[in-house]
Ligand binder design. Structure first.
Ligand SMILES: [Cu+2]
Length: 487
């Protein structure tokens, strides 16, 4: 049933060759080469590359429940086309949840069920996926389980997993890349009452920051071209141009999410300001890890605590992206220390025990590779087919997955995302992984030529779902596969 796909999103062989020839792929390579380069400076506060940071950081609104009953909170959201101001004085057409870009933040609490009534007021089918959610497969939001235009359905999220920075986004079949690009994404913060006693910064000092890129035409409208990474040179932070954020001289918990379709970030603050990593995709790490930079590839989350008390009032600190290929994407936002403050928050030495996954009994190998002849992205030589089971998994088994990225020429990164659970990354090319990858993960980067091993255990939910590349232009062009978990 490939009609919509054929019409809208497939790359013809000619298109693919053109894509390679015009440098979209090559540019991705350039970003990767920078990403793996060991010699680059970690502190880049280059004023010339610093934009005006004119907008104030916009904090996405918190979605209010429509009602609450017992241990369940009910929400409603409509996916629809609307207009918003992204560029000064310009109304830009976007596709959003609930009229805002990004969509409103859903604040859930571990132990309380969320029921989300999702309306589709768009002209194409949608499927809302809770990224990182441990949910029954019927609630997962997969490409074959869509909501038709004009219809609605309820998603029920049990929220039994530990606290984490999750997000929701479209997962429709082959149109997810364009839908998410146009705005169908929002944060879902799962709060864990057991972790409130840790003393981490809360309230206005706990800040979600969604990073993405975009391309605008001369009229200020979003341009979407499948695989068009090289032309997406405008950064958006929580839906605005690179902003400033007025902070008090105290600790802040910053929850970074990369919601871009294809762009990776390597983030550093000011002149190598220390940041304490406290969380990754699946929530808190065992102990804080102090870094001066970290990677954030599409779909991933990294939570850090930054203590602005180390900087006098009046200090301005730019958040830099050192794998930006042009100046416009090198400066992400600016933190302005504007006031002194008292601070009772702490970063304790122990946060949460590491995932207990047990001893592996099953090993699998996966190969991610772009097929130039087909113009499609493949896993194990195959395009996504919802009717084919690619991996059969026993519920409760501990497994090692070895993921190889064979796209050295042309050089393309891939980011493997597994639905329904979290895993640990064992090693990359036989070496220890970056600090930001040592916590619970649901998405893992494979740079060109990389071999990455993960340890995973599916323990909660049986049934059929997907794993895929979270560079969404790739998943829309075939880089997705089906796993069936059987009790
Ligand atoms: Cu990919």
């Amino acid at each position: 049933m490939p009609t919509r796909h054929d019409r809208k999103t497939a790359l013809s062989r000619r298109d693919a060759l053109k894509l390679a020839a015009t440098g979209a792929v090559a540019l991705t390579l350039a970003a990767c080469e920078n990403a793996t380069g060991a010699t680059e400076s970690t502190a880049t506060t280059t004023p010339a590359a610093t934009g005006p940071f004119a907008p104030a950081l916009r904090i996405p609104q918190i979605l209010k429940p429509t009602h609450t009953s017992g241990d369940t909170d009910y929400y409603a959201l409509a996916a629809k086309t609307t207009e918003t101001e992204i560029l000064p004085g310009v109304r830009t057409k976007v596709l959003t949840y609930g009229d805002t870009l990004p969509g409103p933040t859903i604040k859930a609490t571990r132990g309380r069920t969320v029921v989300l009534t999702q309306y589709n007021s768009h002209t194409e089918p949608i499927s809302t996926h809770l990224h990182g959610g441990h949910v029954p497969v019927s609630q997962d939001g997969v490409p074959w389980d869509t909501i038709e235009p004009g219809k609605d359905r309820d998603y029920r999220y049990p929220n039994t997993q530990p606290g984490a920075t999750l997000w929701y986004h479209d997962h429709s079949h082959m149109t997810e890349a364009e839908h998410v690009y146009r705005g169908l994404a929002g944060m879902y913060l799962l709060d864990d009452p057991a972790e409130q006693t840790l003393g981490l910064p809360t309230g206005e000092y706990d800040v979600p920051i969604m990073l993405r890129d975009a391309q605008f035409d001369d009229a200020g409208q979003l341009v979407f071209t499948m695989g068009g990474f090289k032309d997406r040179k405008t950064l958006l932070v929580n839906g605005t141009l690179p902003p400033h954020f007025e902070v008090a001289a105290r600790k802040y918990r910053l929850r970074f999410l990369n919601s871009a379709n294809e762009r990776g970030f390597k983030l550093s603050l000011g002149d190598a300001v220390p940041m304490q990593i406290i969380g990754t995709d699946g929530g808190l790490v065992p102990a804080p890890i102090t870094v001066t930079e970290f990677y954030l590839w599409p779909g991933e989350r990294v939570e850090v605590v930054v203590d602005f008390a180390a900087h006098p009032v009046g200090t301005q600190l730019v958040l830099n992206n050192s794998i930006g290929e042009v100046d416009a994407v090198k400066s992400v936002m600016r933190f302005d220390v504007t006031r002194s403050a008292t601070d009772a928050s702490v970063v304790p030495a122990a946060l949460r025990p590491a995932l207990d996954l047990g001893a592996p009994t099953v090993e699998r190998q996966l190969v991610f590779k772009f097929d130039l002849a087909m113009g499609m992205y493949l896993i194990d030589g195959k395009m996504f087919d919802e009717n084919r089971i690619d991996q059969r998994i026993a519920l409760g088994a501990t497994e090692i997955w070895t993921i190889r990225n064979d796209d050295l020429k042309p050089s393309i990164p891939h980011n493997m995302h597994l639905h329904l659970t979290h895993f640990t990354v064992l090693d990359r090319n036989g070496k220890p992984v970056d600090p930001a990858e040592t916590g619970p993960k649901d998405t893992v980067t494979t740079l060109p030529g990389d071999t990455v091993r993960i340890k995973v255990k599916f323990t909660e939910n049986a049934g059929k779902t997907v794993y895929h590349c979270h560079l969404l232009d790739h998943s829309a062009m075939g880089m997705m596969a089906v796993m069936e978990i059987t009790a």
